[in-house]
Design a protein around this ligand. Structure first.
Ligand SMILES: Nc1nc2c(ncn2[C@@H]2O[C@H](COP(=O)(O)OP(=O)(O)OP(=O)(O)O)[C@@H](O)[C@H]2O)c(=O)[nH]1
Ligand SMILES: [Mg+2]
Length: 267
């Protein structure tokens, strides 16, 4: 493990501050087309009423064939480095990346898993509890795209149906251009739709789209976490409106605790 995290760490770097909802890569394979945060989420952030969301980590799991560039992608984001030498991941590793979204601190715990078959059973033990599954493939190797469906199935088996955001990510974009790139992307978009995934092309070598991609991941996960937190609130706060305007709260009186008349208590 290479990371440690303290809640009182250094301030979030400027390029991890997200104020407006990050856009998709292509509208042909995207999880949602909204260009702003949900009204209830914006209002909750404005009033600093996001419960425990800023204190918890959201788990992101990155899966895919060996050598597709999972570790390189994560290292480009978290350390801003690129290593041309291949060092296979053994089992799993993780990094923590801190963001500030609509003024609220938010962290992703990004799990890097091994693509090599012999490490698969170690890695799969870490799939559980993922809020986001990233299936990575190499844009220059169509076989790795074909294997993406199986990687997703394995990761979903350990998680509740419908509970995860799914991304399909084509790596090594710097190695392709023109018609070859268009062709690879078209095939990937087709598969992404079948997988109900959002599609992105990235390059860990040049850094192209890496920051934008993870900002999108963080924003979607953050929004979902805040909405889930609001739903779980014990005090019944009725929300009026369609969710795209500020909240109007109607406090419902809490049910009185049953009081024992004086003198009638047990013992
Ligand atoms: N040109 C180019 N090479 C890349 C890119 N990303 C990764 N590579 C190279 O691809 C090789 C494999 O990268 P890794 O990140 O180690 O692959 P991995 O998916 O983590 O592999 P496993 O840990 O075995 O599952 C390395 O030699 C990297 O330098 C990229 O965006 N462009
Ligand atoms: Mg690796």
């Amino acid at each position: 493990m290479t990371s440690s995290w303290t809640p009182l760490g250094p301030p979030v770097s400027q390029d991890r501050i997200i104020t407006s909802f990050p856009k998709w890569y292509t509208p042909d394979a995207c999880l949602q087309l909204k260009e702003h945060f949900h009204g209830q989420v914006s209002a909750a952030c404005q009033h600093r009423n996001t419960g425990t969301v800023g204190l918890k980590l959201s788990k992101v799991v990155v899966v895919g064939d060996l050598y597709v560039g999972k570790t390189s992608l994560i290292h480009r984001l978290c350390k801003n480095v690129f290593d041309r030498d291949y060092k296979a991941t053994i089992g799993v590793d993780f990094e923590i990346e801190r963001f500030e979204i609509a003024g609220i601190p938010y962290s992703l715990q990004i799990w890097d898993t091994a693509g090599q078959e012999k490490f698969k059973c170690i890695a799969s033990a870490y799939y559980r509890g993922a809020q986001v599954i990233i299936t990575a493939f190499d844009l220059t190797d169509v076989q790795t795209l074909e294997h993406s469906r199986q990687w997703l199935e394995d990761a979903l088996r350990e998680n509740e149906a419908g509970s995860c955001f799914i991304f399909l990510v084509g790596t090594k974009k710097d190695l392709l251009s023109g018609a070859a790139c268009e062709q690879a992307e078209a095939e990937a978009v087709h598969l992404a739709n079948e997988m109900q995934a959002e599609y992105w092309s990235v390059s860990a070598k040049t850094g192209e789209n890496v920051k934008a991609f993870f900002s999108r991941v963080a924003a979607l996960a953050f929004e979902q976490s805040v909405l889930q937190d609001l739903e779980k609130r014990p005090s019944a706060q009725l929300r009026v409106g369609d969710g795209d305007e500020d909240l109007i709260r109607i406090e419902v009186p809490k049910i009185q605790e049953k009081k024992t008349p004086p003198g009638l208590g047990c013992c």
